[in-house]
Design a protein around this ligand. Structure first.
Ligand code: HEC
Length: 137
């Protein structure tokens, strides 16, 4: 419990969901697009997801992170969003990058200060792809 509590403190009051195990849908969820999500997932420069994960529907895939097959059968949309936004909330030692957080970053290039790796729309596009592609057989 303690690391979760500390992370929640670090994120501040703006992210109330940080203390839970789920991040609610953002306004961009309404315009989520699975095809844009697919493109983001395979893009090594922008996200690098496939360097670490095997993802249904993609021929390239890494094995440093869990295989995302069947993901939507074990996690809810809120839980998936949460794990992509900031996996440190569940495991402070994780080596998966936090894609929708600016907390705890040091020495960031000036133009990128205060920016998250994924935009809100990008996060929702990826969640939409993963939900759809991992529904099972
Ligand atoms: C450097 C390797 C790495 C990269 C890059 C990476 N991940 Fe991960 N990911 C992990 C690891 C390791 C875990 C297991 C969580 C932990 O470390 O505790 C994980 C966990 C997850 C989980 C939870 C899976 C489960 O079964 O609980 C999801 C969803 C996920 N990653 C999605 C993504 C997405 C989407 C991207 C790209 C935007 C991404 N990851 C990029 C390494 C990575």
């Amino acid at each position: 419990m303690k690391p979760l509590f500390l992370s929640a403190l670090m994120l501040g009051a703006s992210a109330v969901w940080a203390a839970s195990d789920g991040m609610p849908a953002t306004p961009s969820a309404a315009s989520a697009d699975t095809e844009r999500g697919r493109k983001l997932l395979v893009n090594r420069q922008e996200t690098g997801c496939v360097l670490c994960h095997t993802i249904p529907g993609m021929k390239e895939g890494g094995e440093m992170g869990p295989n995302l097959s069947g993901l939507s059968q074990r996690l809810s949309a809120e839980q998936i969003r949460y794990r992509i936004a900031d996996p440190r909330l569940l495991n402070p030692q994780t080596f998966m990058p936090a894609y929708f957080s600016t907390q705890g970053l040091h020495n960031v290039a000036k133009p990128l200060i205060g920016k998250t790796v994924l935009t809100e729309q990008g996060l929702e596009d990826i969640v939409a792809y993963l939900l759809n592609a991992t529904k099972g057989p």
